[in-house]
Write a protein that binds this ligand. Structure first.
Ligand code: SAM
Length: 377
């Protein structure tokens, strides 16, 4: 819902004030020191859990439900543990190779089971949309992509770039709806590209049509000779450290009347957010941009519309992934993770449980997904 002054109305949880960057130098330093202590305590607990500390899921969920509203409402600056979380960094996308090793090139058989792999909906590593009455994971992912189609106003015949295309789920689904849409999928993960190459050989898959092109490459380096009608990017900007450079690059890739649709995890607090645990074990340099970050970078691209997708959608999606991960233990325990499986399992469960619970904090009104429609300036 948008208010008369163009800002989003926040329902019963009021927006916060108090950007850490506006504090006096002494207050800033004090704040950073407390944040470091807080982060060290969090890490100590997380690592104890990963190393075998027994904490029932219900206790962990209750502790997060009790504490996270306090941080979101009263101490949001403690949720930004590193300096690089607060400002743009030098690289467009950071630590790409490390990110692939630690996360996206993990055994695909594990990820595919967790995320789900169906006829039309391939593994999709981003939230589903449950608010339209989806009954299961497959359906909520279809509804999520339907919403992207509406909001980006995809027309048959569009030539679209999927910036960070995962397993090709979004292109496959959209091409099934539009017989003349063309797609280019860009992804740095070799393992995910191998999955896509398999589908490109499968006549049942829309990725096997000539309308689909795969580009295995890095966001930092890629160049295309053609200009696209539209770019969509789902769940990728948590890996982008410099919005200015990313927008500059995307602006150069679209036609003059082209459009860009960004879907990302976002937080409705004054600063961007990250966590020491996810940075070290799950998504190196992963950060959740605050809801105003994209619209405040109107240089090469400008935000013409934005939407907040309530965090309960990601909460339900992550809960479904955790259930599927737990249910697939017999199958996934013998795959190669580069570490002892029992440790990997605890690390992974901690990630899914923690993130899933945080999204549900304050009825999903602080931590959810932001969707942004941008055009050239
Ligand atoms: C969270 S996944 C989302 C995938 C897909 N968009 C979806 O919704 O299922 C992020 C994707 O971005 C890709 N990615 C991350 N950093 C990248 C980089 N520097 N260059 C290219 N792709 C990147 C990952 O390999 C992964 O496929």
């Amino acid at each position: 819902m948008t208010s008369a002054h163009g800002l989003i109305d926040f329902g019963k949880h009021l927006p916060l004030t108090g950007d850490i960057n506006t504090k006096a130098p002494l207050a800033y330093k004090a704040n950073r020191a407390v944040s470091r202590v807080f982060n060290a305590a969090q890490m100590a607990f997380a690592e104890a859990y990963v190393n075998g500390l027994e904490v029932p899921d219900s206790v962990m969920r209750s502790a997060l439900h009790a504490s996270m509203p306090i941080f979101f409402k009263h101490f949001p600056s403690l949720l930004a543990p590193y300096e690089w979380v607060l400002q743009e960094t030098d690289h467009l996308a950071e630590g790409s190779k490390e990110l692939m090793t630690l996360q996206y090139d993990l055994p695909q058989a594990m990820l595919n089971r967790m995320l789900g792999d169906w006829e039309l909906i391939y593994p999709k590593y981003s939230t589903g949309f449950w608010e339209r009455g989806a009954k299961n994971l497959e359906e909520c992912q279809m509804h999520m992509i339907d919403q992207v189609i509406e909001r980006l106003d995809i027309q048959d015949g569009d030539n679209i770039l999927d910036f960070g295309c995962g397993w090709g789920c979004v292109p496959n689904y959209i091409m099934s709806k539009f017989p003349n849409v063309r797609f280019t999928g860009l992804n740095l993960s070799h393992e995910q590209c191998e999955y896509i190459r398999g589908k490109m050989q499968d006549p049942q898959s829309y990725l096997s049509s000539e309308r689909f092109t795969l580009c295995e490459g890095d966001l930092n380096e890629v160049q295309f000779s053609e200009k696209f009608d539209k770019i969509l990017t789902v769940g990728v900007f948590c890996h982008v450290g410099n919005l200015t450079r990313a927008f500059q690059k995307m602006a150069s890739m679209i036609k003059d009347d082209g459009k860009v649709f960004i879907h990302i995890i976002t937080v409705r607090i004054p600063n961007n957010m990250s966590s020491g645990f996810t940075h070290k074990y799950i998504f190196p340099h992963g950060r959740y941009w605050n809801f105003d970050a994209v619209p405040s970078h109107n240089r090469d691209l400008k935000t013409v519309q934005r939407w907040y997708m309530n965090g309960m959608n990601y909460h339900k999606t992550l809960t479904a992934w955790l259930d599927r991960f737990d249910a697939s233990q017999d199958f996934v325990k013998d795959l190669e993770y580069g570490m002892n499986y029992a440790k990997f399992r605890r690390m992974w469960r901690f990630y899914l449980l923690m993130l899933g619970t945080i999204f549900a904090t304050c009825d999903g009104e602080y931590n959810g997904n932001g969707q942004f429609l941008l055009t050239k300036v």
